[in-house]
Each structure stands twice: as structure tokens, then as C-alpha cells.
Design a protein around this ligand. Sequence first.
Ligand SMILES: *Cc1c(COP(=O)(O)O)cnc(C)c1O
Length: 372
Amino acid sequence: MQRPITAYIDLAALSHNLTMARHYAPKSKIMAVIKANAYGHGLRHTADALRNADAFALLELEAAIALRDAGFRHPILLLEGFFSTQELALLEKYNLSTVVHHYEQVAMLAKCKHHKLNLFLKINTGMNRLGFTPKQFPTVYNALSNNPAVSHISLMTHFATADGAFDNLRFKQQIQIFNQITQNNLNPLSSANSAAIIRYPQVHQDWVRPGLMLYGASPFETHTGTDFKLKPAMTLTSKIIAIQHLKTGDTVGYGGSFQAEKPMRVGIVACGYGDGYPRHAPTGTPVLVNSQVCRLIGKISMDMLAVDLTESNDTHIDSPVTLWGNGLPVEKIAREAGTISYELLCSLPTRVKIVTMNNQSDHQYFTRACLD
Ligand SMILES: *Cc1c(COP(=O)(O)O)cnc(C)c1O
């Protein structure tokens, strides 16, 4: 028998969330960000569920080629661009768009004999990760616009604090710098990630680049996705595989860090940090057992974790468990474990089986599968 841990991917939720991105940014074209195996959700079926997007964006060249081979005709943007002339050749072969953020790339482009390259020139407005400074911008822009291999140039930047305090100074400075650089430029513009899409209509521009919100999670630590009418696309489920009866003073798990203060029933769940569950989740982190909220107790092992079944009398071996997703926001688990939902979603390891569900009836199936 297979281990019962499964990540259900709700394809209808993905397309709903795309519709919500359109609702928030109705005048912009949408570049759906599907990097890191679509934030852990699985590339192919996620791209398919998001096929109404105007373009896709990711970093991994192999994944971009796989999408082309699977028949996707959307513009596909490589967010870190290319790293060699060999890769540059593949851009033309597979008709991929690329970010240009570094002089090395400009130099490779100068020697390139391609046609019709579609570039997103990245400007560093304060994130200080990738991109040309405002001072470097004019010469780079001229070099690229005079390069016969280049047919389209868009201008982009990336915000460091769009998810921070509303209208924070750093965010406003980044907008101001981007506006200054682009004010006399007629090229398409792009700057908004999920946080800016939800919160700052003034920066929607020509292309928005939603990532996290498409997967139904909130980019703001103070909220969950449902606050913005988003639906969680991934529900990580497993089952109770053993039940222990602790006596007062007994401990559970490595290090014996949890000690029973009274006799108690403990459920052992087939899910550990080897399944992408955060090892730093402390005692008290919520886990849904039989749709009831129970608390996690003790240390997370590689393959298992323990839950307090005091509140859950009808739980037995094989009872369904939800670690995050439908009914238990991944944002909540991330906060408990001192991390962000992005990290939990995209850390789903390959040993966790992914099962897609597609419509209402699948959803009923899923609810049943979880409940009995
Ligand atoms: C990952 C990424 C995004 C998406 O960010 P979210 O916060 O997930 O919406 C947008 N733009 C760039 C350049 C990115 O790398």
C-alpha cells in the first residue's frame, strides 16, 4: 500500500484565482507566474488550468521548453533570462521571451544573429537583486533598441515591499524611480506582483505578474487568501496511521519534547518534514483530523507527526487529516512555523503524490476521500 499522503490540486480553484487576478487588474494583461514547478502545484496541469492567462513566466528553461513541447503557444518569459549563447539559441528555437538584467546578456545579444527577440529589460529600482540602475538604463536601452535581433522591449521592475505596510516609503520610492525612467518611453511596462495587484491599482500598467495569489494564498502576512476571495489550490492530506495512549509523564517523538500532563490519546499522522511539512511548526499548530481542529504535539519527524486527539473521540486509524489547504489556510501553518506560504507550497517533495481534481463532482469526491 502507498503512503496515504497526497496533495490535491484543485484546478477549478486555479482558474478561479486567475479570474480574480483579472478582476483586480481588469485593464492589464496577465502573465501567470509558474516558476518552481508552479509553486509546487505541478507544471503541466497548472499551466493548463491557467491557459486563459495572456502569458506565462518562469525561470527554468527546461520547464519552458516542456510547455512548448506540450503545445502551449502563450508568450513565455524567462524571469532570470539566459546564461549562455547556447541558451540564447534555444530562446529563438522555442520562441521564448527573456528578461535582460545584466551587461553579460547585453553583450551576448550584441553578437546574436536572431530575429524577433522579445525582451523585458529589468530596472533595479531598489530591490537590489537584478536589473540595471537608473543611471545605466539609457545606454543599455539604446544598445538594445539599436540591436536588429531585438524586436520588442518592455520595461519591468520588481517590488521589495509591496506586501509591507500600506504605501510604505520604500514602495513609493520604487514607483517614483520607475515612473521617472519610463515617463517618456512608450514601451509596455510591468511591475506588479500579487501584493501590488491586490492593493495598488496605480501600478498595474500593461502586464501584471501574479504568482502566489493564483495558488489561493495571501501575499500579506496579516490575511489569508479567502479575505481576497481566493481559493486554496493545494490541499495536503494524509491519514492517521497509528494511535498511542500516553500515561501522565509519557513523551512523544524525538527528544521527548512533549510530555503528557494527563492520560491522552495521540494520533500519528503519515506526514513529516520529508513530505514538506515545516519542522519548526511548534506544539499547538492546528491540524484538521476528521475535519476537527486538533493540535500538533512534539517534534516533527521526517515521515510522521503527532496530534493530540483529546478533542476527537471518533478518530481511528485511517481517519483523514488535512495539513493545509481547504479548511486550514497554508498561511496559518506558515506563520506558526515562522515562514511564509511561498516556502511551504514550493517545497512539496516528489515523494508526495499529486492528484488533480477538476470540477464540482471531483470536489465531492475529494471531500468524501478526506472524510471517510
Ligand atoms: C516570483 C515573481 C513574481 C510573482 O510574485 P508573487 O508574490 O508570487 O505574486 C513576479 N515577478 C517576478 C519577477 C518574480 O520573480
